[in-house]
Design a protein around this ligand. Structure first.
Ligand code: GLU
Length: 317
């Protein structure tokens, strides 16, 4: 059977997603995100040879939010290696992204680096005594480099909006400080965290930035090695098990790819050895993951036979 034409599949998915009435709910707990038009959808697939196959609003910038945590974890592993795992675990949490409940039981050590508490602990690690603006500059330049595009930026409006309303994250950070898990001043850590979550990118840029994860740690077009093959494999493992909070099982079941979502409505997913995919639609499901983004990935993997588990699942709404 000839393999389906990716361009056609992506175009058909984009057309369907643009017209679907069920779009999920835009996050409003960060007021600036609540102003984003939910009628948007984009998908970009970066292939091994550097080709980009795209559909929808792929040049629109959106707030990558928790997708930034994949890149801060990559930087932290580069800085501290396996010492990272003294600070955060690598088990799925089964709890909402901003939960504080587990932290008390586990004495301030977050379950994994992708829930908010874990990502805040990782931000503290890469801050490492530096000024927030220096660390933020490093994170931003890393993303610009990976995306091969200097227009990736920090949306100051989104960052300020979260600074004003981030009471829950303040509680998490202070709680961890109380347990001695956070070294730097809490306000420095949170300022850096809020700003890296506020990085804005297009789907096209994000798909390119995630390429190294799909190709054993190397940018497949330039050959540049970002991380070792072993580290890329492990980053993918954590994305698969923890990338969608307490919806990670559902995402693995329906899509079958390592992926990381953000409350801005983006998802970065990898098809090891083949492609890196970015999807974006601002409406979220009950776990805080993009509703149409997940549906689009479910259709894409089923139609292309891309699930890492081998047999494509039937799509369903
Ligand atoms: N900045 C957001 C927060 O801390 C990130 C959450 C997410 O994208 O899942 O609440």
């Amino acid at each position: 059977m000839p393999s389906p034409d990716l361009q056609t599949v992506v175009a058909e998915i984009a057309a369907e997603m643009r017209s679907r009435p069920d779009r999920g709910e835009v996050a409003t707990y960060i007021p600036e995100l609540g102003r984003v038009d939910p009628n948007q959808f984009a998908i970009a697939v970066a292939l091994r040879d550097g080709t980009l196959v795209e559909g929808g609003d792929t040049e629109t910038f959106f707030s990558i939010q928790s997708i930034s945590k994949v890149f801060t974890l990559t930087l932290a592993l580069g800085l501290a290696g396996d010492r990272v795992w003294n600070r955060v675990g690598r088990e799925p949490s089964g709890s909402p992204f901003n939960s504080i409940v587990q932290l008390e039981h586990e004495r301030g050590i977050p379950r994994n680096p992708f829930i908010n508490a874990g990502a805040i602990a990782i931000t503290d690690l890469i801050l490492n005594g530096h000024q927030p603006r220096d660390t933020l500059g490093e994170i931003l330049r890393f993303l610009q480099f990976l995306a091969d595009d200097d227009s990736v930026f920090i949306d100051q409006g989104v960052a300020a909006s979260e600074e004003r309303t981030g009471y829950n994250n303040r509680a998490l950070a202070n709680f961890m400080k109380g347990f001695g898990v956070i070294d730097n001043p809490v306000e420095y850590v949170l300022g850096t965290y809020f700003h890296h979550c506020a990085i804005a990118m297009t789907c096209r840029q994000l798909a390119k930035a995630g390429s190294f994860l799909a190709h054993l740690g190397r940018n497949p077009t330039t050959g540049f090695s970002v991380v070792t093959a072993e580290r890329a494999r492990r980053l993918n493992a954590i994305m698969l098990t923890c990338g969608h909070y307490d919806g990670s099982g559902e995402f693995a079941y329906r899509v079958g790819l390592p992926g990381k979502s953000g409350v801005g409505g983006g998802i970065l997913a990898t098809v090891p050895g083949k492609a890196s995919i970015a999807v974006w639609s601002p409406g979220l499901d009950r776990w805080g993951n993009s509703h149409l983004g997940r549906l689009a990935l479910e259709q894409l993997t089923a139609r292309m036979g891309w699930s890492i588990f081998g047999s494509p699942l039937a799509t369903s709404a």
